[in-house]
Design a protein around this ligand. Structure first.
Ligand SMILES: [Zn+2]
Length: 300
């Protein structure tokens, strides 16, 4: 039994988690308040939850929107003050629960959730891809999350797939995220059709046979396929698990993803099956709790 907190750009979700199950959960808006103010509020709310359910969580898993290097959240774009630069000791002190804290970036925590209890369960090496407002990723290799020297490894969203492609929010051109995120899909559909729809609505149009919508999704799928081929060559995962809100439109992306993957990766690294995630929105909470549990056991 662990506490878990998932820090996002618009809300902070928090829960008591028992294996794959959220025993109790709630959320607060992220807007305005500093990291310290938020966590000083959430700590007592979690303690109250534990009292209500008469449980004794052993650790705290924190899913954060940026890489954690040497116990410090180094970047947290689009977040209120105090998140970037905060250390795990800061988080622990602000929460005031007196328990060990494990923090890691959200896509990796989502991947760990799928590894422990979802579509990646039973596989020791797989790639997790989250498609939504952004494109994120995590690699689990031989049962361990791949962190890299700076804790920012496997950030698939900012892999360049087109050197002269559209400008990305990170300032570079041709990142996967600039072509395949929800906002990118909406933006490209608007540019092609003059109509403002969100990515889910564009998916609806594509399913009704709208050629422009189909083309926008095909391009997004191709960009993802190019990126996955690079992952296949470098890391040779057994499986790709796709989560995030756009995973609902995986049927529209998958044919182009598979085509590009097959075209670009070596046969030795294929087949690389692409499957939908199973845990849905709570994946980072479930993964964060699991990672915290592993840390208590001394496994991480
Ligand atoms: Zn980028």
């Amino acid at each position: 039994m662990e506490y878990a907190i998932d820090v996002g750009g618009t809300k902070i979700a928090f829960a008591i988690v028992d294996g794959p199950r959220l025993l109790s959960h709630d959320a607060r808006s992220t807007a305005g308040a500093s990291a310290e103010t938020q966590l000083r509020l959430i700590g007592p709310l979690l303690a109250e939850m534990a009292r209500r359910f008469d449980v004794t969580p052993q650790a705290i898993g924190l899913s954060v929107p940026g890489p954690v290097l040497a116990n410090t959240l180094t970047h947290a774009p689009n977040m209120p003050p105090g998140w970037a630069g905060a250390t795990i000791d800061d988080f622990s002190s602000w929460l005031g629960l007196g328990l060990p804290v494990v923090a890691q970036r959200d896509a990796l925590m989502g991947g760990l959730g799928e590894y422990a209890f979802g579509a990646g369960s039973g596989r020791s090496s797989f790639a997790y891809l989250t498609l939504g407002t952004g494109v994120g990723g995590g690699l689990i290799l031989e049962g361990q999350p791949l962190l890299g020297a700076n804790g920012a490894a496997s950030e698939i969203g900012h892999l360049t797939v087109s050197r002269s492609g559209p400008l990305c929010g990170c300032g570079r051109r041709g990142c996967v995220e600039a072509i395949a995120s929800g906002p990118a899909i909406a933006k490209h559909y608007l540019a092609a059709s003059g109509q403002t729809l969100d990515a889910g609505q564009v998916a609806g149009r594509a399913r009704q046979g709208d050629q422009l919508a189909t083309t926008v999704f095909r391009r997004a799928g191709e960009a993802l396929g190019v990126a996955l081929a690079a992952w296949a060559q470098v890391a040779n995962p057994q499986l790709v698990v796709v989560g995030g809100s756009l995973a609902q439109s995986l049927d529209l992306l998958q044919p182009a993803m598979e085509r590009e993957l097959k075209r670009r990766a070596w046969a030795a690294n294929l087949p690389l099956p692409i499957v939908a995630a199973e845990l849905g929105g709570p994946a980072p909470l479930i993964g964060a709790a699991w990672a915290a549990h592993q840390a208590v056991l001394g496994h991480f």
